[in-house]
Ligand binder design. Structure first.
Ligand code: CIR
Length: 253
């Protein structure tokens, strides 16, 4: 069970953040705030005390707080985000996490985005991606190991982050896109394999027996219903335009 979430209100210029998504409509701030508010409500409904930090206009991607830290029951590991425009976002999160956890830090030349790190019990999958390098993954893994955890790296071929493609939905089950099903590191878990037209729905977030899922993915919703969890569907149109997903907008611990 987790009890807290740290989030950050998106800033007005959030649409200047990084994105590879081609969209006919530019991202809309009013709608983004509405979707963000609904997300905060869903975290509260899952039993979390939600901390909302102020927007950071100098970092248009800063509401994707997940990328700035990896928080376990023992420690908060502050990352160095892999994208140049995001380096520095992690600094302002430190005092808030320091109230709850011992702080450790990734050191250069390591880079890690929290979006590449998936915790399943005391095991951590660390994706090697355009954002998370081998050096950063190794540093993170060794820190986590020092607190009694295990870890493996996984190559992220497609998609922004590991958790753009793979997430844990409880009951020893991973929700995975088809290109990850055969990965050696992911064997030993049951798998729910996403319909290829619904790959974005891989970014589903399990919080205390609640599943926050993106709206508009009916096949995935049906597949996930078999788990018997409380499902909360959330609109994500503006988030998606900026390559973001439901896990990205909070640090849960
Ligand atoms: C970026 O490209 O860094 C942001 N526009 C999206 C980050 C999404 N974060 C995540 O999946 N953890």
């Amino acid at each position: 069970m987790v009890s807290h979430a740290i989030t950050r209100k998106p800033c007005e210029n959030f649409a200047r953040g990084l994105t590879t998504t081609v969209s006919s409509e530019p991202a809309d701030y009013g709608l983004m705030l509405k979707q963000h508010d609904a997300y905060l409500e869903a975290l509260s409904a899952a039993g979390l005390e939600v901390i909302v930090l102020d927007p950071q206009p100098e970092y248009p991607d800063a509401h994707f707080v997940e990328d700035t830290a990896v928080v376990t029951s023992d420690v908060a590991v502050i990352t160095i985000p892999g994208a140049d425009t995001r380096k520095g976002e992690e600094e302002s999160i430190i005092p808030f996490l320091a109230e709850f956890r011992k702080i450790e830090r990734i050191q250069p030349p390591g880079t890690v985005d929290g979006g590449d790190v998936l915790q399943v019990g005391n095991h951590f999958f660390i994706g090697i991606s355009e954002r998370t390098n081998q050096e950063g993954a190794g540093q993170l893994g060794r820190i986590l190991q020092g607190y009694g955890n295990t870890w493996t790296t996984v190559a992220v071929g497609a998609g922004l982050h590991f958790k753009s493609s793979v997430n844990y939905v409880g009951q020893n089950t991973l929700l995975v896109t088809s290109d990850f099903t055969a990965r050696e590191q992911l064997q030993g878990y049951d798998q729910i394999v996403l319909d290829s037209a619904e790959a974005y729905a891989a970014n589903t977030l399990l919080v205390n027996e609640h599943l926050l899922i993106p709206a508009g993915y009916p096949v995935t919703r049906k597949q996930l219903e078999t788990l018997g969890l409380n499902m909360i569907e959330l609109e994500v149109s503006e988030l998606r335009k900026m390559d973001g997903g439901l896990t990205c907008m909070s640090l849960r611990f």
